[in-house]
Design a binder for this molecule. Structure first.
Ligand SMILES: NC(=O)c1ccc[n+]([C@@H]2O[C@H](COP(=O)([O-])OP(=O)(O)OC[C@H]3O[C@@H](n4cnc5c(N)ncnc54)[C@H](O)[C@@H]3O)[C@@H](O)[C@H]2O)c1
Length: 396
């Protein structure tokens, strides 16, 4: 494959859509990827009209079926290299499956799909076809998430005893869905969102952050899924006590009724030698607390290996991940861009017939997506039994 920019096709993104926009900006960050096509809306007429209004030239299709079918007829240089799925959860499985079968790599929003049956089928197909697959867990794309992962996994904090991974929001503290607000409406509908509202929407981010940073798995859990806003069908408050694979414990919690909270995703990892604290609303630094010492605050771009805490041999690929200098703040778009950049590298290798990793170290993969769905299903099961301790299914 030449060094032409990768061609990306959008599934979803028309008429007041939210997450497509940070993605499409991040896709264009490096000049090595570009959005060229889109099936932006369920109604074909509106989908094409929306594409015609797009701020830059976009080949508009009436549906993702049409976009995927048309791709086979395009000359090599115009073919889609990957699709980005930014539709509500119930429209993840079908386009992802169809794209893979048509030989197009997939970058899919979280949660991966609606249930474990769909998730298992996606894992099986991605493995059989050996095709790159990313699940858009945005926050693992922060450089400080990468550093946190290195610090915890390298044992610098000792054995992990306790993790508190939480995501607090307040935007669903009232019955916003009753006003017809687009993003709220489908998120509280079990047919379109899945078995858990708050848990599926943001609890999966808190779980992914825990797994990514610590390398530990949840082996069993006791869940309370609660609905504070009357008349709502799904949970808006999600509290999960977890047993971890190393014998430690964790709280994975999420809430959408905490008035004043915006996107407060944060993680505290308490080990036998020290504690790590990170918050996505201040994503440029990570704090390490060690006994008898002032807190160490590590800023992106201003880390010195061999400083008395970090060893000299901090991995070169971690230190080299392209960034702007520290003090010029990175944030949400940069995290997305880092995921697309790392995914691009795998897509290019795959296209060139070379081995690629897709191992979850640089972005969440399809197996991580499966784990998110397994977690949600286990939480729903436990919560229905008043929080009974329930084992997680064995990894796929
Ligand atoms: N990674 C993150 O940080 C993050 C943040 C927000 C949302 N999300 C996820 O992104 C997805 C979309 O969320 P959103 O808030 O942007 O939703 P949204 O309602 O704002 O946008 C969804 C878009 O999908 C379109 N759509 C629906 N069905 C379609 C179909 N059959 N064909 C084509 N287009 C179709 C809608 O018209 C709309 O344009 C969800 O899965 C959500 O969980 C992830």
């Amino acid at each position: 494959m030449s060094n032409r920019p990768l061609n990306v096709g959008l599934v979803g993104g028309g008429k007041g859509a939210f997450i497509v926009h940070p993605h499409q900006r991040a896709i264009h960050f490096d000049g090595t990827r570009r959005v060229v096509a889109g099936a932006l809306f369920p109604d074909p007429r509106i989908a094409r009209a929306e594409a015609a209004q797009w701020p830059y030239p976009l080949k508009g299709y009436g549906s993702y079926d049409e976009m995927i079918a048309a791709n086979a007829q395009l000359p090599e240089a115009e073919k889609l290299d990957y699709i980005l799925i930014v539709t509500p959860n119930f429209v993840h499985f079908d386009p992802a499956m169809k794209a893979m079968k048509a030989g197009i790599a997939v970058f899919c929003e979280k949660p991966l799909c609606l249930n474990l049956k769909e998730a298992a089928a996606l894992v099986k197909t991605a493995r059989q076809l050996n095709i790159p697959f990313c699940v858009a867990h945005t926050y693992v794309g922060h450089w400080t998430s990468r550093l946190s992962r290195y610090i915890v996994r390298s044992g610098l904090l000792g054995e992990v005893r306790w993790v508190d991974s939480s995501y607090l929001q307040g935007w669903l503290a009232t019955r916003l869905e009753a006003t017809g607000q687009q993003q709220a409406s489908w998120r509280v509908d079990p047919k379109r969102a899945g078995g858990s509202g708050c848990g599926g929407d943001i609890g999966t981010h808190a779980l992914m952050q825990l797994r990514y940073v610590t390398g530990l798995e949840v082996t069993a859990l006791s869940a309370q899924l609660e609905t504070f806003v009357q008349g709502r069908q799904l949970d808006d408050h999600f509290t999960i006590y977890c047993q971890l694979s190393n014998g430690g414990k964790a709280l994975v919690r999420a809430s959408q009724i905490c008035i004043g909270y915006k996107n407060d995703l944060g993680i505290v990892v308490a080990g036998t030698k020290g504690t790590l604290c990170w918050r996505q609303e201040e994503p440029e630094s990570v704090t390490i607390k060690l006994p008898g010492q002032p807190d160490r605050v590590y800023w992106r771009g201003a880390v010195t290996p061999g400083d008395g805490f970090l060893p000299k041999n901090v991995p070169a690929d971690l230190m080299a991940e392209p960034t702007i200098p520290s003090g010029h703040p990175e944030a949400f778009h940069d995290a997305f861009a880092r995921l697309h950049r790392c995914f691009e590298a795998d897509v290019r290798k795959w296209k060139a017939g070379k081995a690629f990793k897709c191992d979850g170290a640089k972005y969440a993969n399809v197996e991580d997506g499966w784990t998110g769905i397994a977690f949600i299903e286990t939480c729903v099961k436990s919560s229905k039994k008043k929080g009974a301790w329930t084992p997680m299914p064995k990894a796929i």
